[in-house]
Design a protein around this ligand. Structure first.
Ligand SMILES: NC(=O)c1ccc[n+]([C@@H]2O[C@H](COP(=O)([O-])OP(=O)(O)OC[C@H]3O[C@@H](n4cnc5c(N)ncnc54)[C@H](OP(=O)(O)O)[C@@H]3O)[C@@H](O)[C@H]2O)c1
Length: 263
């Protein structure tokens, strides 16, 4: 028998109007969670809410820029108020802009901190009281393969994602006794708008085409292809489940074998 509405778990998925966040929202909706999702673009947000609602679970869309702390606090508070509980938080954000050290000035460093690291700190801080009250919590942070190996031309990601990994490990230890798990799922190269834009940028710089860049990139992946967003979302869905309760502080790569480092 499906759970009654107050018994249904509630999940917040940040930055979920396309790409990985949206795929995670689909996976959690399929698993029966009531959802609160956010993004900045109102048209994309409406479309995502419409599409997610087809799973038959309650879905709320909030317009929020996750680099703005008060908007993140409002997003999480709204979810708790709307559904009376918060069980799952998927921490996600848009990617920081590409660039090497010499391309990035103080303003970009500050903006990347607010987008990638502070958004996570704020969202988790806002979510914890409701998770503690329910004696259950699943926090899953979307990272990047840069947590294991720095990526060329993405210095902001290379600096702030490992910081997120440190946050995940610290919190996992602090929260394990309260039934709250904290894990990280990191994409290698998953086929989304972000990856297509990065490929197009590389093509512009190297004088090739985006298709050539992609083909070369796929040759470097042992699986021989880019991943699909739902392949990453499947890992997030499992980590958000009841069954994953003894799994915390882990950092999982979903990368088709791309990064050959030990954990
Ligand atoms: N795809 C990959 O293979 C890959 C690899 C490594 C790391 N990542 C990281 O994983 C995250 C998600 O990537 P993706 O590939 O799904 O990116 P994407 O296709 O560009 O989608 C980003 C999503 O985040 C939303 N968003 C962006 N900035 C936001 C903000 N400030 N506040 C609220 N929502 C925001 C976008 O909607 P709006 O623009 O409407 O706000 C959109 O829904 C990024 O941080 C990316 O760097 C991805």
């Amino acid at each position: 028998m499906p759970p009654s509405e107050p018994d249904r778990r509630s999940a917040v998925v940040m930055a979920a109007t396309q790409g990985l966040g949206r795929a995670c929202a689909h996976a959690l909706a399929e698993a029966g969670h009531r959802l609160t999702v956010c993004g900045r673009d109102p048209a994309r947000l409406d479309e995502a809410v419409r599409e997610l609602s087809a799973h038959g679970t309650a879905v709320a869309g909030e317009r929020a820029d996750v680099s703005q702390a008060e908007q993140v606090e409002r997003l999480v508070a709204g979810a708790v108020e709307r559904f009376g509980r918060l069980d799952v938080l998927v921490v996600n954000a848009g990617g920081p802009p590409p660039g090497d050290f010499g391309d990035v000035g103080p303003e970009q460093w500050d903006a990347a901190y607010r987008l990638t690291l502070r958004s996570a700190v704020t969202a988790i801080g806002a979510a914890l009281p409701a998770m503690r009250a329910g004696g259950f919590g699943r926090i899953v942070v979307i990272g990047s393969s840069s947590v294991r190996r720095p990526l060329g031309g993405l210095v902001l990601s290379n600096v702030f994602r490992p910081a997120l990994a440190g946050l995940v490990k610290s919190l996992a230890v602090d929260l394990a006794a309260e039934g709250i798990t904290v894990n990280m799922v990191s994409p290698g190269r998953i086929d989304t708008e972000r990856v297509r834009a990065l490929d197009a940028r590389t093509a512009e710089r190297t004088g090739g085409t985006a298709a050539q860049v992609r083909a070369a990139s796929e040759r470097s992946i042992p699986a021989g292809r880019y991943g699909r967003p739902e392949e990453l979302a499947a890992a997030v869905r499992f980590l958000a489940s009841e069954e994953a309760g003894y799994l915390t502080g882990q950092s999982l790569l979903v990368d088709g074998g791309l990064v050959p480092t030990l954990p």
